[in-house]
Design a binder for this molecule. Structure first.
Ligand SMILES: *[C@@H]1O[C@H](CO)[C@@H](O)[C@H](O)[C@H]1NC(C)=O
Ligand SMILES: *[C@@H]1O[C@H](CO)[C@@H](O)[C@H](O)[C@H]1NC(C)=O
Ligand SMILES: *[C@@H]1O[C@H](CO)[C@@H](O)[C@H](O)[C@H]1NC(C)=O
Ligand SMILES: *[C@@H]1O[C@H](CO)[C@@H](O)[C@H](O)[C@H]1NC(C)=O
Ligand SMILES: *[C@@H]1O[C@H](CO)[C@@H](O)[C@H](O)[C@H]1NC(C)=O
Ligand SMILES: *[C@@H]1O[C@H](CO)[C@@H](O)[C@H](O)[C@H]1NC(C)=O
Ligand SMILES: *[C@@H]1O[C@H](CO)[C@@H](O)[C@H](O)[C@H]1NC(C)=O
Ligand SMILES: *[C@@H]1O[C@H](CO)[C@@H](O)[C@H](O)[C@H]1NC(C)=O
Ligand SMILES: *[C@@H]1O[C@H](CO)[C@@H](O)[C@H](O)[C@H]1NC(C)=O
Length: 439
């Protein structure tokens, strides 16, 4: 049998790898911008480990049982308790003799029969930590003995409504968390006035009004006032908290400029000022904060250019500058961008990237620059192929601007196989031709 003529074979050789190549390309280039959600380290302030000084021990290690007075107090609160309440998860006891005392109590998902009483709380004045989760009990005045001993107080979807004055009495607290509770106060200063031992403060989703305090007398490491109705500007008192690690003022009604002294917060790890009405430039001083890993300034009215010093921030992982009025050439190179887990820039209509430095594959959510540093619009047709078109669609910020989009083109394995196969085919044909010639 005669083998096919050489021209036919050469044609086949040329066409064969191309078929395989284009078959693998189409699925890979289809836009599927579903990037992993930003797994930001959420600095939870909830005092889950109250670490009482008198170390609580497991019931087995101590033969003594709970102080009968405290047992009766627990019973009077109508919380379901077993014979040995110290073995409950939600209760931590010390190991004092002859009777143990409760140092930490967590009430969660309270039934409507639970009611706080002054006498019961007075008997429970050894408590250092009290957590109320989903307990809509009526708030009562705490006895002075309990106020003196309490270090950590947490109230989440509980107590229906609290007043700033009520909270302000808890002067010995180091941890305060109030979340999803209406807090009535003319400003945070009412609550913080005398709490100068406070380290961690969360008052979130509390409809808290007023201004941030002009003067803060405590060494706070964690401040979360997110989702309230705080007004005015960010006072310099905040920038003087040099032990501050987490600052979350997002979703308030703050305006004015971000104070340039924000760079004094040298311990800061995460900063969120998102969803306010802040204006003016991004202070270049933020780039001096060595450990900053998370910065969210999105949804404000920040203007000016992005300080190029931000690209020197070695530890930055999450950067969200979306939905502002930033303009000009975005100063980051691909080395910096690849080091980030999340970068969001969309919703800044005058911001653009230098397309001779950065590839459109990075999906930055902004347009490329023209030679004057202005966004090109409409984008040049040669770049508006199927997998680029979503770059200019700002309607779905989350999908387009997350840059964790690994475009490796067609699957490398398939490509390799295609090349190997065509090489083998070529070899066979070569041998056949050879044998034909030599005959
Ligand atoms: C700031 O607070 C908001 C709303 O409570 C929350 O969604 C966000 O994760 C917080 N940011 C940080 C960095 O903790
Ligand atoms: C109770 O304690 C056990 C073991 O210590 C733990 O696995 C469990 O998650 C705890 N439950 C709650 C609600 O904290
Ligand atoms: C409280 O209720 C919520 C939802 O109803 C549930 O997820 C949670 O595990 C409950 N907590 C406790 C300690 O029972
Ligand atoms: C705070 O605790 C100290 C002892 O640690 C106590 O002397 C003081 O009275 C307490 N403050 C209040 C307001 O109870
Ligand atoms: C805050 O106010 C809004 C509107 O008045 C209300 O719907 C919401 O329930 C309040 N939040 C809390 C935690 O009370
Ligand atoms: C804060 O810390 C400094 C030094 O670490 C200390 O001198 C100062 O008294 C502290 N302030 C308060 C209110 O605890
Ligand atoms: C930024 O906005 C402020 C007013 O909010 C304006 O005074 C300032 O000139 C603007 N800066 C730039 C660089 O556009
Ligand atoms: C990217 O920028 C950083 C900081 O500006 C610089 O150190 C680095 O050399 C740049 N990398 C490239 C590939 O230009
Ligand atoms: C883009 O980068 C190139 C090469 O670094 C530079 O020559 C050009 O001026 C830049 N374009 C703009 C608009 O900044």
């Amino acid at each position: 049998m005669r083998p096919p003529s050489p021209p036919l074979l050469i044609l086949f050789l040329l066409v064969f790898p191309t078929i395989i190549y284009s078959a693998t390309e189409s699925p890979a280039s289809s836009p599927s911008p579903h990037s992993p959600s930003p797994s930001s380290p959420s600095p939870s302030s909830s005092p889950s480990s109250p670490s009482p000084s008198s170390s609580p021990s497991s019931p087995s290690s101590s033969s003594s049982s709970l102080d009968p007075k405290q047992l009766r107090a627990l019973q009077s609160l109508n919380i379901p308790i077993s014979k040995d309440p110290c073995s409950r998860n939600a209760t931590l006891c010390d190991s004092s003799k002859p009777f143990r005392h409760i140092v930490s109590l967590r009430l969660s998902n309270c039934s409507s029969y639970v009611a706080l009483s002054y006498t019961a709380l007075k008997s429970l004045s050894t408590l250092q930590s009290l957590q109320l989760l989903n307990c809509p009990v009526t708030p009562i005045r705490f006895p002075p003995e309990l106020i003196a001993s309490l270090r950590s107080f947490s109230c989440v979807r509980s107590l229906r409504k609290v007043s700033g004055v009520w909270l302000s009495r808890l002067e010995n607290l180091t941890d305060l968390t109030v979340s999803d509770v209406q807090v009535k106060a003319s400003g945070p200063y009412v609550i913080l006035g005398h709490m100068n031992k406070l380290k961690s403060l969360t008052i979130s989703r509390a409809n808290l009004t007023g201004n941030l305090p002009k003067y803060i007398d405590s060494n706070l490491t964690h401040v979360d006032f997110s989702v309230n109705q705080l007004k005015g500007s960010i006072p310099t008192s905040i920038t003087m908290l040099d032990g501050l690690e987490h600052l979350n003022l997002s979703s308030n009604e703050l305006h004015g400029e971000i104070p340039p002294a924000i760079g004094n917060l040298i311990s800061l790890k995460s900063l969120s000022l998102a969803s306010n009405s802040l204006s003016g430039p991004i202070p270049g001083s933020v780039s001096a904060i060595p450990g900053l890993t998370h910065m969210d300034l999105s949804s404000n009215q920040l203007n000016g250019t992005i300080p190029k010093f931000i690209s020197h921030m070695k530890n930055l992982k999450y950067l969200n500058l979306a939905n502002n009025n930033l303009r000009g050439v975005m100063p980051f190179n691909s080395t910096f961008i690849k080091g980030l887990t999340v970068l969001k820039l969309s919703g800044n209509s005058n911001l653009c990237y230098n397309h001779s430095v950065l590839s459109s594959k990075l999906k930055l959510g902004i347009a490329p620059c023209d030679k004057y540093g202005m966004p090109m619009s409409p984008p040049p047709s040669k770049e508006s192929s199927a997998d680029d078109s979503s770059d200019y669609d700002d309607s779905d910020e989350d999908d387009n601007s997350n840059k964790k989009e690994h475009h490796h083109g067609p699957n490398k394995v398939v490509l390799g196989v295609a090349i190997a196969l065509s090489s083998i085919v070529f070899l066979i044909i070569f041998l056949i031709l050879c044998s034909k010639c030599c005959r």
